[in-house]
Design a protein around this ligand. Structure first.
Ligand code: AKG
Ligand code: FE2
Length: 288
């Protein structure tokens, strides 16, 4: 489940053999795990290690690396913006060195800072990331692009981030296949018209969201499915394609996360993408 690397610097280089192993592991649904790769904060930045930095009603802080706009924060955003920009650059540099095959094609998504303890947090079922799920976003259709995320646990008091890892994507799809329904006629046009989705929801996005929702809603699935507890200690980093890897975050506080998107055709082996797997199981094209 984990492919472990011993780097302790964001600027490390990797041999071609290691790069090859890493891309194969990642595309096969493994988590690339760096137990010794921490993200250092300055004294001023350490002041941000409190939920008080959150704006009213926010659960995390998001940062756009292209515009440097910070959202969800309370008070001065300068220090947050510096920290998050640096995390983005580190994450980007790490991926460029580890998986040069993707470098030209990665699309930059948001950076997020999560200062709330997740154990016991109250949320709606569908937003409850303590339940196993694959990532799919209701408002932002992504047309099959892979979701590649870099996580670093920056907890200052040594608290691990504890995850569950579930079964392989293909098993998830096969299990829910009998319950997957096609979208109601006209619903996707309506969602777009009402600006509930930022663009027209593709069939791919429809089925991914359905999987995400059905997984989270089913108590019996959550109880019975094979899963493994994985602890990511404070000061560790991990890289994972969260659209295909069934995961849940059970506990932990203070996390940085960087999202990237990768077009399916730029994978080393596109057959391992959720798009191709869904198309095979449903026996239908999903992006038309
Ligand atoms: O906050 C976390 O540890 C992970 C939450 C999650 O499900 C995600 O980022 O996709
Ligand atoms: Fe997730």
């Amino acid at each position: 489940m984990l492919y472990t690397l011993t780097s302790s610097s964001w600027a490390d280089s990797f041999s071609p053999a290691l790069q090859e192993n890493a891309i194969v592991a990642l595309e096969n649904g493994k988590v690339i795990y760096f137990p010794r790769l921490s993200f250092q904060l300055t004294a001023a930045e350490k002041e941000l290690l409190t939920p008080r930095v959150l704006g009213e009603g926010s659960k995390n802080i998001s940062f756009n690396p292209k515009t440097h706009k910070v959202r969800g924060a309370y008070g001065d955003k300068t220090c947050l913006s510096t920290l998050m920009a640096r995390f983005f650059e580190n994450a980007q540099g790490l991926l460029a060195a580890l998986i040069p095959h993707y470098e030209k094609f990665l699309i930059t998504g948001r950076t997020s800072y999560r200062p709330i303890e997740i154990a016991g947090r109250k949320t709606s079922l569908l937003k409850d990331d303590t339940r196993l799920h694959v990532d799919a976003f209701p408002a932002t259709p992504n047309y099959g692009k892979r979701i590649l995320r870099v996580f670093t646990n920056i907890n200052p008091s040594g608290e691990a981030r504890v995850w569950h890892l579930g079964e392989p994507f293909e098993e998830v799809v096969k299990k829910f296949f009998p319950t997957l329904r096609k979208p109601w006629l006209g619903i996707r046009e309506l969602l777009f018209l009402l600006k509930i989705t930022k663009s027209y929801r593709s069939l791919y996005d429809h089925y991914m969201l359905m999987l995400h929702d059905k997984m989270k809603k089913s108590d019996s699935y959550q109880d019975k499915v094979n899963k493994t507890v994985v602890e990511f200690p404070a000061g560790s980093t991990w890289v994972v394609m969260t659209d295909a890897v069934s995961h849940a975050a059970l506990s932990g506080q203070f996390l940085l996360e960087q999202t990237f998107y990768l077009p399916v055709m730029n994978m080393k082996n596109p057959e391992f993408s959720p798009l191709k797997i869904l198309e095979r199981v449903l026996n239908q094209k999903l992006l038309d």
